[in-house]
Design a binder for this molecule. Sequence first.
Ligand code: PS7
Ligand code: MN
Ligand code: MN
Ligand code: MN
Ligand code: MN
Ligand code: MN
Length: 347
Amino acid sequence: ANAAKRLPKDPDLAYCYDVLNKVSRSFAIVIQRLDAELRDAVCVFYLVLRALDTVEDDMSIPIERKVPDLLAFHEYIYDANYSADCGEKHYKDLMKNYPRVTSVFLGLKKEYRTVIADITKRMGHGMAKFIEKEVMDMADFDEYCHYVAGLVGIGLSNLWGVSKMESAEFVGEEKLSNAMGLFLQKTNIIRDYLEDIQELPAPRMFWPRSVWSKYAEELDDLQHEENREKAVQCMNELITNALSHSLDCLKYMSRVKEISIFRFCAIPQVMAIATLAECYGNENVFKGVVKIRRGLSARIMLKCNNMLELASGFKHFANELVHKVDPKSDPNGEETMARIEALEEAC
Ligand code: PS7
Ligand code: MN
Ligand code: MN
Ligand code: MN
Ligand code: MN
Ligand code: MN
């Protein structure tokens, strides 16, 4: 019954779906439900960028080796012999068996390969820039998130347009596509504070200095119990900033017509706003991993089929979040409420 669950005959393609399911449960589900025209291209796009991110994330690779690797990664994806020994667990397996991804990539339509290679090049160069540069202010924050997620949105829009599954106007549309990625990435960076700061052998720091420096001497201090109140206020300010992308996300979604693409785009967006609502005011972000409950994500997966369902999902979680805002104790509470009000009006 489920075509996506049937194992592909090509063993390399089978490997791609197998490893995709291991590295990302939620993306694996929405990718496998895409129309056959786009499914393999988006699967490979995901794995190429996941491999690039594995190089970026491996803090045991010395900078002198990492920077040239990030810059050259868009060339490696055409090299049938490229594989690497880095990352951990399923990511390590992906890097070791990377020639299998390359074999599928090389069999994609030329137009799809061109989009994937262009985004890989731009993302690798952006990641390299931020290996040696700290995220100082909001402009840096938006720029870093553009490289690692906004570009994914831009690349996906190019695939939609090139495939003719959506209007040709999606090709080259960068503003709304970028916002779709920024909304997801800012949510990831907010939620992953503890995991990132505790990364070994070196911490990863993505929260912008211009924001955290209002609440602590060092970003690292926000994990300590005596700074909980400041830490939560700081996180709430970043959540308020992330919410500023939600209007552009709704506008993007209103242009998507094909049902499998709509679901693919909408589900992560609703998961993101649900995650923001869960994190808001929640000191557990500084104690461990905050995740939305399995039952909740299962319900979201079923209720993202059209604009009406998407808007009611956004409205639901915006409402959960606004009920947690306490303008007396939160220096940005008024701003948060204004953002939520604007979103609810658009829904
Ligand atoms: C739908 C117009 C090609 C589907 C989907 C792998 C996840 C990993 O996970 O903190 O904590 O390790 O290191 C716009 C996905 C943005 C990107 C960025 C939505 C490729 C995805 C590589 C655009 C996803 C945002 C690094 C870079 O953060 O992550 C529409 C497909 C989308 C991959 C994501 C992740 C970046 C990332 P983690 P990090
Ligand atoms: Mn990562
Ligand atoms: Mn990364
Ligand atoms: Mn992360
Ligand atoms: Mn991570
Ligand atoms: Mn410390």
